[in-house]
Design a protein around this ligand. Structure first.
Ligand SMILES: Cc1ncc(COP(=O)(O)O)c(C=O)c1O
Length: 419
């Protein structure tokens, strides 16, 4: 069978697809693998019970159950839910949004596909516009979303060395400019893979840059604010007409629902809803129905603060302690963990690539993700890219403990073999 360029692009077996395949195969071949690779949310009992209570309540009412299972919703998604969400957001943050500023989609991965390709790619004036990622490392799931080549432009961050073993990326505001062919800026906050929470002042600067260049600022809040709120620092959650905020129910504990929520200026939402109708006909109803029930119970925004963030913060704290003990003799640095569900480990001067380290760790029964894949759009050479790995700490402490020992042994050998 011969595939089109579109077909080839999506099936090339590079990037995220081969990565996910490799993780899947490794797990099938060795079910005892210590799995620090995936993005699955952890099971949190309190959260599971809130979600299933809300779902049961909806199912128990025949009219609501029918609406959930038996109808196609309007192009932008369930109007009653969108109105209610807008009211809650206005109460909490005074954003001044209405239902017309909100569209629902089937997971934020697919929302980004639509959104990115609505904005970037070939324009009728002949220009080729790009999505600019002003701070890489950035979410690797973006990499293959563009329907045209050369889809992303990436900017390297500045690196603040906080202590012997800790660092933090910042937007490099001294040199950062919006590229002349940028269609939009995009950041995940907190960032997958690093757990970086770009500070309020830096976000305000980014917002000013975007506004003065008349391009939208896309904020991927998959882990962030206002929900699921996996954020360990003081941070505010701002929105204006130039912001496109993309939220998801996945890290709230509901990835199976495939539900995301896009909040943006009305013309963008109209365009997004039309495109989404072409692609999906309608957004699914199950996630929005449960989220609406949680909203009615004042739980949608509260469960992050009360249950989800404290859970991950504790897991994170344990994982950091374990790694600090295991790696103490190595030249490692951890990115300051400020949110999301990952730790980003930097081995300065690592003599092999992060992909080679990934393979060696896989052979020893530990699955991580090689850092080099998290730089979509970065064309300039940068050694740092090959020196990092991403670990998920959604796993129980004993898994992290065993994995940390193996990582320490393997990395020690790598440095010794080099010396
Ligand atoms: C930063 C980021 N954005 C978007 C997504 C996509 O999430 P979903 O399609 O489940 O909403 C993920 C998934 O892990 C992510 O990490």
């Amino acid at each position: 069978m011969q595939f089109s360029e579109f077909g080839q692009r999506l099936t090339a077996g590079s990037g995220i697809v081969s990565l996910m395949d490799d993780l899947g195969t490794a797990l099938r071949e060795n079910p005892d693998m210590l799995f620090l690779g995936g993005g699955n949310p952890a099971r949190i009992e309190a959260v599971e019970s809130l979600l299933s209570d809300a779902a049961r309540h909806v199912l128990d009412q025949p009219e609501r159950a029918h609406e959930m299972f038996g109808v196609y919703q309007s192009p932008a998604g369930d109007l009653v839910f969108r109105k209610s969400l807008a009211e809650h957001l206005n109460q909490q943050f005074e954003w001044g949004v209405g239902a017309a500023n909100i569209a629902l989609a089937n997971g934020s991965q697919s929302a980004f596909f639509t959104l990115f390709n609505l904005l970037a790619g070939r324009h009728s004036d002949g220009s080729n516009r790009q999505i600019q990622l002003p701070l890489v490392p950035e979410y690797l799931g973006y990499s293959e979303l563009g329907l045209t080549p050369d889809f992303f432009h990436a900017n390297r961050p500045s690196i603040e060395r906080l202590s012997e073993h800790e660092f933090k990326y910042h937007l490099d505001l001294d040199s950062l400019t919006v590229e002349p062919n940028s269609a939009a800026l995009c950041v995940s906050r907190p960032t997958n893979p690093t757990g970086n929470m770009i500070g309020d002042t830096e976000m305000a600067a980014l917002d000013r840059l975007a506004q003065s260049a008349a391009v939208p600022l896309i904020i991927d809040g998959a882990y962030g604010l206002p929900f699921p709120g996996i954020v360990f620092t003081e941070a505010s959650c701002r929105w204006n007409d130039n912001t496109i905020l993309v939220l998801s129910l996945s890290k709230l504990g509901f990835p199976g629902a495939r539900t995301s929520i896009v909040i943006a200026a009305e013309p963008l939402i109209e365009a997004f809803a039309k495109a989404n109708t072409v692609i999906s006909l309608a957004a699914g109803n199950i996630g929005p129905a449960v989220a609406h029930e949680l909203l009615k119970r004042e739980q949608l925004l509260a469960m992050g603060r009360q249950s989800i963030a404290p859970f991950y913060q504790q897991r994170c704290h344990q994982a950091v302690q374990v790694l600090q003990r295991a790696l103490a003799h190595l030249p490692y640095r951890l990115h300051k963990p400020e949110g999301a569900i990952f730790l980003w480990l930097w081995f300065e001067g690592l003599p092999i690539t992060s992909q080679a380290l990934y393979e060696r760790l896989k052979a020893k029964g530990v699955l991580v993700i090689a850092g080099e894949h998290f730089f979509p759009g970065l064309t300039e050479p940068w050694r740092h890219r090959y020196e990092c790995i991403r670990l998920s700490y959604a796993q129980p402490a004993d898994v992290i403990e065993r994995a940390a020992q193996i990582i320490a042994q393997e990395v020690t050998q790598v440095y010794e073999q080099d010396g």
